[in-house]
Design a binder for this molecule. Structure first.
Ligand code: NAD
Length: 483
């Protein structure tokens, strides 16, 4: 059997082909044991009429190799082109985005010498399902979905990553003081899983103050795990303040597949001039080598790269008079790294990648006993502009009955009836909450259908309903502000 690991490589657009060539040259010279399949992605594929920017044959290669080293691509201007990154992430189930944000002071300008933070971002859920609706003339909505299984997967990934990479602490960011159910679940799962890792410090921050602290004192953090949207924003902030946007690589990891890339784009204005810095893609490739258990090669490459950086051999983007010793192009930089293979950095701490079994990303979701689910009410969403909250309240009271009673009306999440504050700003979409006559009484689907019928017969335009359920006696729905 061959000892080569099959991988799929895409050279991308803009500076992509140059930095990929440089990266592959370094990997080869460092003794990487790779069997490379090349696929086409990006601008050319888009313009050939493939709206996803990736051909069917490319998926065949990916399903064979399961490991993807990807150069940046150019998304053509204009509508109708789907983001290749989002497509790949979703098709391959790449639930974890891992982005080390490291300062290379004094060789690369940074506000935070010593910064070394890894952002682990949940990659599939949250508002990125893109489930959006316009409800009325005034109101639009985007659904935020957080699952227990998805949260468990990413949180466990973060703890495992921390342990394997000799990190000391895992921090969780959420906004669960506001989103008690969705972010609350993410936080709860974090606390549950943290118990299984007593060797690691764990802590939780509300994302606003956590983000401020991260931007101000990044050295207080080590591995930070968070839901998709916060992770999207803060991984860019972290890379930027480390000074390493042009140098950072990232890994997108799933149960079966993994994709490795630079965090920057295709820099079309720099393309074809032997100018681009291949470091971001190279560090993405180092993460790939660790993933495929070629830790020996990863270590050689990473240390040779650090040595090149501290020797002052820099591409134009990080070149600084007085710090750099030589301004080089893409090819010369790659050759300088190759020349240092086998050497260790003298100023930076050399990296060590211990050979370990591959991080298990499968079957990490624990079986939770199915809770007892009881429907106890319904939120009915109306598009209505014909009067005041009190007038709507009176009309809805009349539609109570059949053991369902109106308990409140909300507008944009704030209770406006009964006893609303007269100066609360309202809109044209309303949530009318009906519950059983007695506290906790079970409500049936038939009761909801007949309520919808009464509401329709009374001439109301309902947008949707959302059933209100208790799980093991605990409310699975939020209260309106002021309820
Ligand atoms: P960009 O990251 O390509 O460039 C931003 C700036 O950084 C530019 O000044 C560029 O010259 C510089 N830069 C980036 N990488 C560099 C490198 N390796 N060496 C030296 N300088 C570098 O971002 P952009 O200009 O906003 O986007 C350009 C294209 O890239 C767009 O089509 C965008 O859609 C695409 N893009 C692709 C990916 C991806 O494939 N993963 C990610 C981001 C952007």
């Amino acid at each position: 059997m061959s000892n080569l690991t099959p991988i799929t490589v895409a050279h991308g657009d803009g500076i992509g082909p140059e930095i990929m060539e440089a990266t592959l040259h370094i990997l080869k010279e460092a003794g990487a044991r790779l069997d490379i399949e090349t696929i086409a992605i990006g601008e050319k594929v888009y313009l050939e009429g493939n709206s996803a920017g990736i051909a069917k044959s490319a998926w065949e290669s990916l399903s064979r190799t399961k490991v993807f080293l990807k150069a940046p691509i150019t998304t053509p201007q204009g509508g109708g082109f789907k983001s290749l990154n989002v497509t790949t992430r979703k098709m391959l189930g790449l639930y974890a985005n891992v982005r080390p944000c490291v300062a290379y002071h004094p060789y690369v300008d940074t506000k935070h010498p010593g910064m070394n933070v890894v952002i682990v971002r949940e990659n599939e859920e949250d508002v990125y399902g893109g489930i959006e609706h316009r409800q009325s003339n005034d109101i639009t909505q985007c659904l935020k979905l957080i699952s227990r299984s998805g949260s468990e997967r990413i949180v466990r990934y973060a703890f495992e990553y921390a342990r394997r990479n000799d990190r000391k602490k895992v921090t969780c960011f959420t906004k669960d003081n506001i989103m008690k159910i969705t972010d609350g679940l993410f936080h709860k799962v974090f606390d549950e899983i943290a118990v299984e890792y007593p060797d690691l410090i764990n802590e939780h921050w509300i994302v606003d103050i956590g983000a401020a602290k991260l931007a101000d004192t990044p050295n207080a953090f080590d591995v930070v795990v968070m839901p998709n949207l916060y992770g999207d924003v803060l991984s860019d902030v972290a890379a930027q303040i480390a000074g390493s946007v042009g140098l950072a690589g990232s890994a997108n990891i799933g149960m079966k597949y993994a994709m490795f890339e630079a965090i920057h784009g295709s820099a079309p204005r720099r393309a074809g001039q032997n100018l681009a810095n291949p470091s971001g893609l190279l560090l993405g490739a180092v993460m790939m080598l660790v993933h495929i258990n070629q830790e020996d090669v990863a270590e050689r490459v990473h240390n040779a790269w650090l040595r090149t950086l501290e020797d002052g051999i820099h591409t134009y983007d990080i070149f600084a008079e007085g710090v750099s010793t030589q301004k080089v192009g893409t090819k010369e930089f790659a050759q300088a790294v190759v020349d240092r293979i086998g050497k260790l950095p003298e100023k930076f701490k050399p990296v060590v990648y211990k050979p370990r079994p591959r991080q298990n990303t499968e079957e990490t979701v624990s079986a939770v006993a199915k809770p007892n689910k009881e429907m106890v009410g319904v939120d009915l969403f109306l598009d209505w502009t014909a009067g005041t909250p009190n007038e709507l309240g009176k009309k809805m009271e009349q539609l109570s009955g059949d053991n369902l009673k109106l308990v409140m009306i909300g507008s944009r999440g704030t209770k406006v009836y009964p006893d609303g504050f007269p100066d609360t700003l309202t809109s044209d979409a309303w949530i009318c909450r009906f519950m059983g006559q007695t506290d906790g009484a079970i409500v049936t689907h038939a009761q909801i259908i007949s309520l919808l019928q009464r509401v329709t017969d009374a001439g109301f335009d309902f947008i949707k309903f959302e059933s209100l359920c208790n799980f093991d006696g605990k409310a699975g729905f939020s209260l309106g502000q002021g309820q």
